[in-house]
Design a protein around this ligand. Structure first.
Ligand code: SF4
Ligand code: SF4
Length: 220
């Protein structure tokens, strides 16, 4: 049965050394103290203790949905950066801690020249990862972000996957990522059916495939 302690506002204040001594004796004789000490001693000397880990020598594996320090991902096939500089993450960030600079690259495409996150301001809400259309910014597994200063920044070079280490880039499975079976829930666009009809018109005796396309359109 749960014990409730009622605060007696009219109780006598303990002021004298003798009264403090009596109070200490009473507390020491309380079984809570003894049972607490017994538990700690037992856990300390228990073999294969699993109640605690020996941090920092030991570290627990984080769940994929844990929102740790961000990573900027690359495409594995082409090694190019996934971030297209759309600015959605910067816009949605409720802590206003993302800053990015973009410019035109030599090929005329937008280039993200700099990207930084103030990890001291970030509240790790995950909105930036949720909104990113390219799955470029994700939460990684690095959670040791203690710093001497409140303003502690992660710059693009710190969070972008190095090309040398691309083979070890882990596809994020948590917040902001697609489900593994996402394709099963994606329906084709109306343009898909127009294109299919045009193709079938070029192919003689394609009634069966046309019926199939119409059936798919009805399903949508
Ligand atoms: S996790 Fe939230 S607060 Fe942190 S950078 Fe992303 S949107 Fe901003
Ligand atoms: S939302 Fe994604 S693609 Fe857009 S700027 Fe941010 S990281 Fe880059």
């Amino acid at each position: 049965m749960k014990k409730y302690y009622v605060v007696d506002e009219k109780r006598k204040l303990i002021l004298t050394p003798y009264e403090k001594f009596i109070r200490s004796v009473k507390r020491c004789l309380n079984t809570d103290l003894i049972s607490g000490l017994a538990f700690i001693i037992n856990e300390t000397f228990k073999r294969g203790n699993t109640a605690t880990i020996k941090y920092p020598m030991e570290k627990i594996k984080l769940d994929n949905r844990y929102r740790a320090v961000h990573r900027l991902q690359r495409f594995i096939e082409s090694e190019t950066e996934r971030c297209i500089g759309c600015g959605l993450c910067e816009k949605i960030c409720i802590s206003n801690c993302i800053r990015m600079e973009t410019k035109l690259g030599e090929d005329g495409r937008k280039l993200v020249s700099n990207y930084s996150i103030n990890l001291g301001r970030c509240i790790y809400c995950g909105f930036c990862a949720e909104v990113c259309p390219e799955l470029a910014i994700v939460h990684g597994v690095e959670y040791e972000n203690a710093a001497e200063q409140r303003a502690y920044f992660a710059h693009k070079k710190d969070i972008l996957t190095p090309i040398d280490d691309l083979i070890n880039q882990v596809e994020f499975e948590g917040s902001g990522s697609l489900r593994a079976d996402a394709d099963e829930f994606v329906k084709q666009t109306p343009n898909y059916y127009d294109v299919m009809k045009e193709r079938e018109a070029l192919i003689p005796n394609s009634n069966s495939s046309e019926e199939k396309t119409n059936k798919e359109a009805k399903d949508v």
